[in-house]
Design a protein around this ligand. Structure first.
Ligand code: ZN
Ligand code: ZN
Length: 349
C-alpha cells in the first residue's frame, strides 16, 4: 500500500510503501479513489491547534508517527472481513470518518463524533492520503449515488460540518434571517445547503470582496464586509433588529464578536470555525437579550446519510473541487496554507 505519510511534524509528507491491509472481523478495505484536503490536515501536520492569544493544543503527543492524514474519502470496496454482511466488492462508497469507541453513552446516542475515545479516520487512525484504507464496520459506508467520487468526498467533512451546524438551528434558520460569517469553502457549502433546505433570507459576511461576490453568486441576498464601520448597522437594518441565526464559520475574535453583537433578540449564534479567537461577553447580556451561543463539530452518521440523500437528489450545487495526484499532497497542503485554493483540493492516488 502506497501512502504519503507524516513522519515528522512540520516536515513534508514522505512517500511510503507498507504491507497491503488484510481485513479481519467486520473490517472492510477500501481502494481510495478520492480524498479531500482539509484545514484540519494542516493543524495535524503542524502538530498543534492555535487557540489564539498565544495558546494552543499540542497534538504531537497523541499522534503516533508515521501517520496517514486525510478524512474525506470515497473509494471502492475491495476486501471484506469474514463478518461483513452488507456491501459487495466493487461498491463505491463514501467513508464516514467520525468513528467513536461504539461502547460509551455518547456513541450509543448516535453521537460518535463526540466520543472521548475516538477512532476518527485520518485524525486518530490511518486515513486517506493513501491508495487503501481500513474501515472498521460496514455501517460507516455511505452511498454516493451517481455523484463523482472527487465531488462526493468533500461531504464527509466540510459538507457535514455545514449541514450539522444548520441542522441545529432549524427551523428558524429556514424561516427567518440567517447570517453566515465567512464565505470560504465551508460558508459557500452552507449557503448551498441552506437554500436547498428552503432558507431565503440569507446574508453573508467576508472581508474578501471575491468571496463576497462568490456568496452573491451562490444566492445570498446581501454580502457585507464585517470590518466596515457601518457593518453592524447595515446587518441590523436588513434583518429588522438583527438576524435570528448567525453561523460563524471563521471563529476569530473579530467574527465571533461581530456575530454576537449583531444577533437579534432571542437569536442563536453557532460557532463552528476553528480559526482561534476569544469572545468576552458580560453575562447579563445573555438574559437581557435572551440570546444563545451554540457550537457544532462535524456531524453524526444520521446527518451524513441525510446530507448524501440531499446531494444525490440534485438539490445541492456541485462543490468546487480541483483534483491533484496523491504524489502532490505536499504541494496541495502548501497551497491551502497560502490561501491559494478556491473550494477544495482532492487527491487521487
Ligand atoms: Zn476536515
Ligand atoms: Zn464512544
Amino acid at each position: 500500500m502506497r501512502s504519503m505519510q507524516l513522519v515528522n511534524f512540520g516536515d513534508p509528507l514522505v512517500a511510503t510503501v507498507n504491507k497491503h491491509p488484510d481485513p479481519t472481523d467486520t473490517e472492510i478495505v477500501i481502494r481510495i479513489l478520492a480524498c479531500g484536503v482539509c484545514h484540519s490536515d494542516l493543524h495535524l501536520f503542524d502538530g498543534f491547534f492555535d487557540l489564539g492569544d498565544g495558546k494552543s493544543i499540542d497534538m504531537s503527543k497523541r499522534l503516533k508517527l508515521p501517520f496517514t492524514l486525510g478524512h474525506e474519502i470515497v473509494g471502492e470496496v475491495v476486501a471484506l472481513g469474514p463478518e461483513v454482511r452488507g456491501p459487495e466488492l466493487g461498491d463505491i462508497k463514501l467513508v464516514y470518518p467520525w468513528i467513536g469507541c461504539s461502547r460509551c453513552d455518547l456513541c450509543r446516542k448516535d453521537l460518535e463524533h463526540l466520543c472521548v475515545q475516538p477512532r476518527f479516520i485520518g485524525t486518530w487512525v490511518p486515513g486517506g492520503f493513501s491508495d487503501h484504507v481500513i474501515v472498521p464496520h460496514e455501517r460507516y459506508l455511505v452511498n454516493i449515488g451517481h455523484l463523482e467520487p472527487s465531488a462526493a468526498c468533500v461531504y464527509a467533512c466540510s459538507g457535514l460540518t455545514a449541514y450539522s451546524a444548520l441542522n441545529k438551528v432549524l427551523p428558524q434558520a429556514r424561516n427567518e434571517s440567517l447570517l453566515i460569517i465567512g464565505a470560504g469553502g465551508l460558508g459557500l457549502m452552507a449557503i448551498g445547503i441552506a437554500r436547498a433546505l428552503g432558507a431565503n433570507k440569507l446574508i453573508a459576511t467576508d472581508v474578501d470582496p471575491r468571496k463576497r461576490q462568490a456568496a452573491l453568486n451562490s444566492g445570498v441576498n446581501f454580502a457585507i464586509d464585517s470590518t466596515a464601520d457601518d457593518a453592524l448597522t447595515h446587518v441590523r437594518e436588513i434583518c429588522d433588529g438583527g438576524p435570528q441565526t448567525v453561523i460563524d464559520f471563521v471563529g476569530s475574535s473579530q467574527t465571533t464578536r461581530f456575530g454576537f453583537e449583531c444577533l437579534g433578540r432571542g437569536g442563536s449564534l453557532v460557532i463552528v470555525g476553528l480559526f482561534g479567537g476569544n469572545l468576552t461577553v458580560p453575562a447579563p447580556m445573555f438574559p437581557l437579550r435572551s440570546v444563545n451561543i451554540l457550537s457544532s463539530f462535524v456531524g453524526n452518521l444520521n446527518e451524513m446519510h441525510d446530507l448524501m440523500s440531499l446531494a444525490i437528489s440534485g438539490k445541492l450545487p456541485p462543490p468546487t473541487v480541483q483534483t491533484r495526484p496523491l504524489s502532490e499532497a505536499n504541494e496541495a497542503l502548501a497551497d491551502l496554507r497560502d490561501g491559494k485554493v478556491i473550494g477544495r483540493t482532492v487527491l487521487e492516488p
